[in-house]
Design a protein. Sequence first.
Lengths: 479, 773
Amino acid sequence: MADTISFLLDGKVQIIDFSRQSHLKPTTTVLQYLRDLPGHKGVKEGCAEGDCGACTVVLAEPDKEGGLSYKAVNSCLLFLPKLHGKQLITVENLQDGNGNLHPLQKTLAEQNGSQCGFCTPGIVMSLFGHYKSGASAERDEIEDTLSGNLCRCTGYQPILESAQLTLTDVHSDHFSAEQEETRAVLNAISKDSLTLKTETQVYYLPTYLNELLRLRSKYPQALLVNGSTDAALRVTKNHELLPAIIDSSNVRELKEVQASGGKLRFGSGVTINELLELTKERFPAVSKMCKTFGSKQIRHLATVGGNLGSASPIGDLAPVFLACDARITVQSVNGLRKIRMNDFITGYRQTALRPDEIIRSVELPLIKPSVLIGAYKISKRYDLDIATVSAGFRVELDGDEIVQNCIAAYGGMAAVTSRAIKAESFLNGKKWKRETVEQTLPLIRESFTPISDARSGAEYRSVVAGNLLLKFYLDTQNK
Amino acid sequence: MIPSNMHQSAYKHVSGASVYVDDIPVQDQMLTGFVVYSPHAHAKIVSFDLSKAQALPGVLAVLSAADIPGENNLGPIVHDEPCLAENEVSFVGQAVFLIAAEDEETARAAADLIYVEYKTLPALISLEQAMAQNSLMGPKRTIKRGDADKALAEAPHIVKGRFKSGAQEHWYLETQTALCLPGEDDELFIHSSTQNPSEVQAVVAEALNIARNAVTVETRRMGGAFGGKETQAHHVASWAALLAQKTKRPVKIRLFRDDDQIMTGKRHPFIIDYEAGFDDQGMLLALKVEQNADGGAATDLSFAILERAMFHAENAYYIPHVSITGRVWKTNLPSNTAFRGFGGPQGIAAMEEIIDRIARFLKKDAAEIRQKNFYQLDKNNTAPYGQVITNNNLELIYNRLTDSSGYFEQRREVNGFNAQNEFAKQGLALMPVKFGISFTTSFLNQAGALVNVYQDGTVLVNHGGTEMGQGLHTKIRQIAALEFGIPLESVIVSATNTSKVPNTSATAASSGTDLNGMAVKNAVERLKFRIAFQLAQYFNEKYGVESTLDSHVMFKNGAVFDATDAARTVSFKEAVQICYFRQLPLSATGFYRTPDIYFDREKGAGHPFYYYAYGMAVSKVEVDLLTGNHKLLRSDILHDVGDSINPDIDRGQIEGAFVQGLGWCTTEECKWDEQGNLLNHSPDTYKIPTIRDIPRDFRVALLKDVPNPGTIRQSKAVGEPPFMLGISVWLAIKDALSAVAAHQLEPELNLPATNEAILLSIENLRRRQSEHI
Ligand SMILES: Cc1cc2nc3c(=O)[nH]c(=O)nc-3n(C[C@H](O)[C@H](O)[C@H](O)COP(=O)(O)OP(=O)(O)OC[C@H]3O[C@@H](n4cnc5c(N)ncnc54)[C@H](O)[C@@H]3O)c2cc1C
Ligand code: FES
Ligand code: FES
């Protein structure tokens, strides 16, 4: 096993040997690494927690179509080993060999898209990621693209206008010209599993599922990560030293997707952004939850496995997965198990996983036409905000519009994602109409004793939790 | 070449080449400065032991208040804010110890080794508590005209209520940062992200017990400031300086985001009790307001902020009988500080609530009530503090904006929508802002500049203002180039530096261009005067005819010439060289002080403002009655910037300020727990607007053809006034809520109007409605 990582930056393959470079650790973030280099001060720290976008960089890697895929990500949440085999692009790399600004830089400047300039490199990189991935100039897409970039000066209007201008006129740039060469260089970097060791840390980056499972069973204490958007905060915010990490993000088997007969099965390594696309047609409620999940940058990194694995009471996928009656496949060296979503989360940040198991995949069963599913997320701000309350609903209606198999699952109302059982049983067997729904609302409120915290008071949580069911009802009538 | 109107750093910004304090390259000698702060809102420091921390390898200094050689103070006006807490801490986040270490990790480890014993004391962690316990920061202030009590007693109708607004975190993208480089003897060079280099210099000199001439403070640019770096950049600069003085090594302190949010002050929360009398037509007869501001633990700028809130208590409306009382209260929270608008937003929001309530009471359109009560041109044009309001553009803006926004048509559409929708309501609001321009502390209205002309015809400009993104340097550069008649490329405006222009005022109160632009113009004029004098001589000698007078010499299109004789012309560069060889000084200082402003605090009367800036907005929202979420469908703004020096930059200021204002009004909320810990201490829970929160349809226009007499190039200040237009969003939300109970009940909705506040307000309306029936 190799113990160095290799990646492309500034046109050169950079090699980091953690056993030698004592100031770098495997959990050093890409942001920290870049800011210590003389030529990449354009990458800024605004929060070190994924919430401002000032640190945005783009990662490129070979895709299946013979090109490169470009993704804007938060460098403050990125551990160095995640660069392995990829091209790291920062704002300093966008100018061409003659020093000409990239068209989107030039337009942004000339449309007054920057004032103090501190957010600007991050904005440029988010737009660049979009520019290089089949960009569209639709306002909604630009908003998605910039959902993770805060600007306190401009009020965004000139940024929006400048993005609309550049994205309606996309050209090939020097990255397009260098594409073949870049692919070749990246493909030449060995994708073998890595074990990166320093005096205080060990970081495993396995390539194959069986290795991952073996590591998991051998080091159950090690922290398993995928996107590490959750895990990185332990380093950047809590200043923890994580002694042992198993990073599953290079395991291809965890990225597998199968769709057949209305069912959809996807690996735990599928990112939220990928899930958003996968579920658009058949599971729009899931797709809707993905759209408001973090920011574009977060969605590029965060995975399904990480979201379920963290078992947060305010994780966005659990309620809608409950409503979809999702099945979780877990795996260890000893084999596979299937767990219904309903039984998967067992307590505050606890799951039914055994210490040697990982989440392998999730299956969304076929949704019959008689089944109605809805999902809602309430947060103070639409984009890049954690849910105050989230909900996943399911009702099955027979020919007489009588409700069966109702599920009303909530996040943010208790220490775990929970169902309003009283409300569900009240609705079952009753007609799906406004009166019945309104009679159910008090039962939902009674089902929970939510807390007051930084996001909202308990009363709001109670009131809105009930109202969401009504909203769901109204949405089913507006179809 | 940079297009003429572009921000002069724009190309650097987009390519990541702009240098902020944290980007300045320093040698390996540099140490990381680290601040250990109070975990208690109020406590006695019983004892502490720094020895273990000091003994940790890699730690160069650990300091407490006892190690401060000079005055232990950061307070800019009242010296009531210790640099490091001594004996007692008075808010969570107050600095107690400083550490200088080889790196951050070592500094953190050292912090863990500090032993402190605190004995907690009772704390006041809200404005309500402070008011209940009579914890006044200082004497109350009053402004009065006529007899408000009597007029209220006689008024046909009265509205009475309490308005509350919350704290707002500045959330500049670049957190507070300073880098201090020790030099020879006592000398220190400080790179500071500050709006106020001269005051940083003063505070540092006093704390370190050295003379001001030993301290140089330089500010290239800030990554946003918004008032948050007017006084509170002093803190990190002083701490870094103390550590640098002690260790004789460069020290940098950059606050982590959470620490910045926890340690620094915010926009003042206000509680305003009001009572207004009016007649059947909605004409205001009397106003009585009691404003209460949460000053936090120290004075900082609180009284100036209160004063501005009081000066704006009537916003754009003439009211015959007025009584305004203001108080600042002391709490155990970080000292609240300057923030764009500086008290204006709070004062104005309360007034606008009054107007809306009058309109709802009389069942009239609020825009009409507003227009009726506007200050007029030749009568009813005196502010409660006695200043006559001249060049009033309110009516003009109102007419143009109601027209361009189709206000009355939008009103009909909103009514139509509301009649048809049970679970969503739309709301519409028009509101004006009239904002007084000048520092209300009159002596601060001064500025200096230094202009150097070099033999190659290039010009270097320094002035007292700082660049925080607002485009000040860009405008100053335009002014210098225009005045000299040379291309923009020949002029550079470089970093603000206390050794070039001394004793400057903060870049604040929207006054940056007004003051510094005039100072630069003054310096340029002095240089032009000298050059013209020499050039007249030169032409007369060269052509042998004494026909060129000094007054004939013009500067235009890169040339210096005799306006009466086309043959007598040289390039600007040649002119400069001629002057050089004739041994003329090619460097000049410039100075400006705003004329005719004064204010008597005791009497509450005077002429505190040089002029007023006006603007108006119309906003339309749609509220989801089930969730309390709202969408901002459209905002139209018409704003008065006089003759704009740079329309693009001015538009940027308006859009940016408006969006910041709507953040204050909607999603930005600070909450503290009972121990005085800030709950929203990171962007995870503190939510400023994102790109999706701006108006779906956003139309901003500058008022045309209304030059402002007596200012630089007849322009107007623009930094703060449009912030207040964000209030239109709150008013529109209230208008939508009012539709819930068919405009029969007054919705209760304070600031910020989060989705939580909105939904609970709807619940409250429904409760009252069912009680009514
Ligand atoms: C700025 C920001 C915004 C966010 N916004 C949202 C949001 O809107 N909604 C939301 O729900 N969450 C949000 N999150 C939280 C987080 O991004 C998500 O929970 C995400 O899905 C985690 O995925 P990951 O791959 O990054 O997880 P990681 O950080 O890699 O892991 C998280 C946890 O899951 C476990 N885990 C990972 N993979 C597996 C596996 N295959 N099997 C078993 N356990 C596993 C890990 O051991 C770890 O405990 C946000 C986080 C940040 C920093
Ligand atoms: S620094 Fe704010 S998102 Fe990374
Ligand atoms: S330009 Fe200042 S934060 Fe965006």
